[in-house]
Structure formats: structure tokens, C-alpha cells
Design a protein around this ligand. Sequence first.
Ligand SMILES: *Cc1c(COP(=O)(O)O)cnc(C)c1O
Length: 380
Amino acid sequence: MKTKIWLSSPHMGTNEFNNIKEAFDTNWIAPLGPHVDGFEKDLADFLGEGVHVAALSSGTAALHLALIMLGVQAGDEVICQSMTFSASANPIAYQGAIPVFVDSENRTWNMSPDLLETAIQDRLRKGKKPKAIIVVHLYGMPAEMDRIMEIANRFDIPVVEDAAEALGSSYKGRRLGTFGAMSILSFNGNKIITTSGGGALVSNNEAYIKQARFLATQARDAAPHYQHSHIGYNYRMSNICAAIGRGQMDVLPDRVQQRRANYTFYKEAFAKLPAIQFPDEPSLEYYSNRWLSTVLVDDTKGVSREDIRLALKEENIESRPLWKPMHLQPVFANAPFYGDGTSERLFEKGLCLPSGSNMTDEERARVATKIKACFKEVTV
Ligand SMILES: *Cc1c(COP(=O)(O)O)cnc(C)c1O
């Protein structure tokens, strides 16, 4: 069996292990500690715009706290991009609220501003104002933030930016994760940088970040004994995970360049295969970290997305269909949806190719050769 090529695997730099060792040497093994403070500062400095950051146990936890702080309660409605990972929508259900899914547009594959406006107007007509809008930057590609923020502001609905896949991306020169009333990041094992598991909440409003830290540490009131006037959560990041995160921040700019180089490699490799289409940045205003390199396969040329995925699997190469839209998921079958078929079409044709920043030239060539072979055009 040939060695496995993963979709996206952890890629450590040189400082991560030294930071962990330092944590052991000083016995900061607990949740919280100096690396957590340092990691939060590193993230805030990287993102700019004067944001504040709370490091948490996961991106999902960050999204849950964001919804709690926006007052989302049982029976409320929250608008969410349909084409995304389930973690974007699950926290809506944790609160007993109802997700209202909105389809994608073709250029960025993210939330369609037109359909967002349609959805808001229809929900208002039905007598309920959505409590929040969760917009996602899929695979690192920025959503059309100007239009989405304009609509959200016009209807006075807060935006929560799910930037879990988009650390290092920017829109009009401003980093993703700084647009929403609150934004979330993920450092899960397959993301562009990882802490093994972890996430962060980001906001310009320091009050949200202080409240998030409070809620994430079991909502303990100021008293010598343990006193609680709120329901709390155990959502804080550990000092060990943050030690890894600080090392990863040292190499984040390299990781973005390496991931973008994967995309360029695939684009050049398949330049003569018109059946394989690439989601280019719509203009210079969009800068994607290219967390995952994705393609659409036009199966009218005789080769389908599944043909390619299975051929790669035979070679021990991992690839994956795009996220299956939430409105097609059995668990959200009853949720309202505003769409025009875009995400369904993307799901049918789309494939995520191996995209690790640690891929070797030889591994990338193995992927390209196998895909070309599907089209019987191998020239090696
Ligand atoms: C990974 C991811 C999350 C969740 O992050 P975790 O840290 O795994 O909880 C949320 N949204 C999107 C779009 C993601 O890709």
C-alpha cells in the first residue's frame, strides 16, 4: 500500500514543543496560564482592528457562547449559511432555537446576500425577527462581507462570523474574523493551524470577551467560596494547547503561503482539463488562505466527482465531497430554507483535494497524476 496522503493533517513548526516543555517545567498544566494569555494576545495582534480574543476549548464552544451572549433562547430563530460544517448550526439547536438556512452564491460559495435579504423579509412578515446571522467563510474564501454587513445593519441583526476555516484570509485588506459583532476561530486538528483541539471568540467589544471568559469557566461569581448566579460552561483552553497555538502562530504566514501554493499547483496541473473548474478569488479584494483546495467536476465530460474520489482512494489518497448543505441533513429536515439550488449543485460536483501545508512535491504529483489518469491524459 502506498503511503497515505491526508486531506489536511497537523503541521508543527519548531517552537511548539519548546513551549510545551516550558509549560511542564513551570508546572502550568492547568486550564488557563501564561500561554493562554500569550496566545490570545498573538491572535489579537495578528487580526488587528483592535479586537479582543478569548481562547476556548473549540470553535463550536465559541459559537455557543456567542449565541448565548446575543440572547438566543428557545424558540428564537437564527439565520445560518446552509453550506457549511454542522458545527456552524449545532449551537443554534443547543439553545433550543430554530435555524433558518440560507443558500450560497456562485462566486464565493458563501451566503447569498440576495437570499439573506429575502429570508429576513419573509421571517419579519411571519412575525419573527431573527436573533443573529451566522455567515461562514468556506475553505478560507471570504463571503461578500460588504453586502452582508449592509443588510444585517439595515435590519439591525448582529452578525456572527464563522471564520473557523479562514484564519489568515482577508477581505478588502481586513482580516476575516474582525467583521462580525463576534467571530469564531477553530484550531481543530485539520485546520490551517491547530492546538490539537481548540477555538477562540473574537470581538471588538471587550465586554463580550470578558463575559465569554466568565461563562467558559463555570460562571463563578466574585466570592471566596464557589457562588453562581449564571449557568456556566467548561469551555476554556488549556495552557498546554495554548503553548502549541503560540508556536503555530509563528508559522501561520508560512502555512497560508504553502496552502495557496497547493491551489496554484493544482490549477496549473489541470489547466488542460476543462472538466475541472476552480473557485478563483472573485477579485483582488478577496484573499483566501486556501485552507482546502477545492474543485468542481463537470461530469458531462464523462468523469464524475465520485469517479475521481474513488480513484484517489484506491491510491490511498484522501479527498472529500464539499460540505453537504444543512438543509439536506436529516437532523435539520424541518428547518426553513431560502435557496435557489446553488449549494445542492456545488455539493454534487465539488471535491476537496489533499491540501496539507506539509505535502511534498512528490505527494502533490501523485495526486495530479492519478486525477489526470481518470481523464486518460497521463503524460508522465
Ligand atoms: C471546524 C469548524 C467549526 C468548528 O470548530 P471546532 O473547533 O471543531 O469545534 C465550525 N465551523 C466551521 C465552518 C468549521 O470548519
